[in-house]
Design a protein around this ligand. Structure first.
Ligand code: F0G
Length: 487
């Protein structure tokens, strides 16, 4: 018998549902407000789900960042945190845990993932450099460009297909990688970046075979490989589930092998360990010493790096828990459930199901909304209005204008509905599926959005938009007609 389906539970009736392999011991009240209030809240928030207060949110599916449920062991570890500016025991516990899981000697804590990107970009990206990668992440790209680098996305042909059976859409195109090195010259390639469970294209993993080859090609030219490990546990989970030869390998051994192909591994601990903060690890002493200078300048002393000691304790425990099949499988199995249900209803979702969340193809959902009117932002607003659930736009609003001030239309217009680890139940997921089905049946009522206030940097966070017509009111009217005074 293989281990591959360790966390799958079979039912005699043949029904296929994920089961929560934990019990709920601390709970928090949620607010499912009437649709009139939801209309008001989205209007007040400038049709930007980042601008809604959690008092107006039912299921908060904006992100998994800092919102995964902590375990009892994580919370209790926070009580024995050792407050010290230098030499805190909390740091040494965390260092040992991270070394154990990632297999790298030097461990630097930072206040969150983008702080790691800032340090790595400042040290290793020079003006005129290129950084080939499987796909960019918003904060990553911003830091690399600030330092004069150019991001080159060299994904495979299947990466951006909405519906696909390709198990590893996060793979780098190896031929393109070789071409990039030949074309730009190895001295202009800052490093190759591999993002585990590629966030912006639907949480899609890369295979071990691909990472191994990327590492081999890079090493041949003396180029280093940097892995963004913010969703590395899930990527390891998919390798175990989908890659031949890994069905009996533990998540921990898979993680170690992945890290062994990389010179630097960095992560947002807000995602990878259910705690807060982030980190950078390497075995290379020279790299460590270079990065350490910026660490103490920007983040804090080497034994806290901008994190509280309590968070460091939770990170130490969370790092181990990430290697536990029952912990790491929870979010992907719920995502698989919702994706399969939506797919059955004909709703365009990214397949195969990935990590982090369920990703809806907004251009397929709202084909009548031109991309210039931000269909993913419009769909995020519409889903909020009809369900009180908030997701995140991952499309053109999340990209930046070109030097002439024109919108750069994103490759994909996705609405991401995040499933933080062990936070939502199956009945809540079923509620969301029901509302999405209704919205899809009434999709012609949804219109577009336009910017009314647009910050120049990372505009998706603070920008304010307005609907291009009175479609939100019309949508709410239809909701009332069909649902009466139901929430
Ligand atoms: N890299 C990846 C792949 C990420 O997903 C994130 C954050 C970061 C880096 C930056 O880390 O937020 O700790 O500074 N992703 C969050 C999200 C924000 O919602 O997907 P951070």
């Amino acid at each position: 018998m293989t281990n591959r389906n360790l966390t799958k539970i079979k039912f005699s009736s043949g029904i296929q549902i994920p089961v929560e392999l934990h019990k709920v011991r601390v709970v928090q009240k949620l607010y499912l407000n009437p649709i009139e209030r939801r209309l008001q809240a989205i209007e007040e928030g400038g049709y930007n789900t980042f601008q809604i207060s959690t008092k107006d949110v039912f299921l908060d599916m904006l992100t998994d960042s800092g919102t995964n449920a902590m375990s009892d062991n994580q919370v209790s570890s926070m009580l024995h945190a050792d407050d010290a500016y230098a030499g805190s025991q909390s740091f040494y516990r965390m260092e040992a845990s991270v070394r154990d899981v990632f297999g790298k000697h030097y461990v630097m804590p930072v206040h969150q993932g983008r702080a790691a990107e800032n340090i790595i970009s400042q040290i290793f990206v020079k003006k005129g450099d290129v950084i080939p990668m499987n796909y960019h992440f918003t904060t990553t790209k911003a830091h690399m460009e600030l330092n004069g680098g150019t991001v080159l996305e060299i994904y495979t042909g299947k990466a951006l297909q909405i519906k696909s059976a390709e198990p590893f859409k996060g793979n780098i195109d190896l031929e393109k990688l070789q071409q990039v090195i030949a074309e730009y010259g190895k001295e202009h390639v800052a490093f190759v970046r591999m993002e585990a469970s590629t966030n912006l294209i639907g949480g899609q993993p890369f295979s071990m075979a691909n990472l191994r080859e990327v590492s081999r090609i890079a090493k041949e030219s003396g180029i280093m490989v940097v892995m963004d490990a913010s969703l590395v546990g899930e990527n390891a989970y998919f390798i175990k589930k989908r890659e031949a030869g890994y069905e009996n390998t533990s998540i921990k051994d898979i993680l170690k092998e992945m890290c062994s192909y990389c010179d630097i591994v960095y992560f947002s601990s807000r995602k990878v360990t259910s705690s807060r903060g982030g980190g950078i690890v390497t075995d290379n002493k020279d790299f460590y010493l270079k990065m350490r200078d910026l660490l103490v300048l920007n983040e804090g002393f080497t034994t806290y790096g901008g994190m509280s000691v309590r968070e460091i304790e939770a990170m130490a425990v969370g790092m181990q828990e990430t290697t536990d099949d029952t912990v790491i499988s929870q979010s992907p199995s719920f995502i698989e459930y919702i994706v399969n249900q939506l797919d059955e209803y004909g709703i365009p979702v990214i397949t195969p199901p990935g990590a982090l969340g369920c990703h809806i193809d907004s251009m397929g959902f709202l084909p009548h909304v031109p991309q210039q009117e931000y269909p993913a932002g419009a769909l995020a607003a519409a889903v909020y209005i009809v369900s009180g659930c908030r997701g995140m736009e991952r499309g053109t609003i999340s990209s930046v204008r070109d030097e002439n001030g024109n919108d750069v239309l994103a490759d994909m217009e996705l609405l991401r509905l995040a499933f933080p680890r062990r936070v939502f139940t199956l009945s809540q997921t079923m509620f969301l599926i029901d509302r999405l089905k209704w919205l899809y049946e009434n999709r012609e009522l949804v219109g577009g959005l336009k910017f009314v206030e647009e910050p120049p940097v990372l505009r998706f966070f603070m920008g304010r938009l307005a609907p291009t017509s009175d479609w939100p009111q019309k949508l709410a009217e239809k909701f009332r007609a069909d649902f009466g005074d139901s929430l």
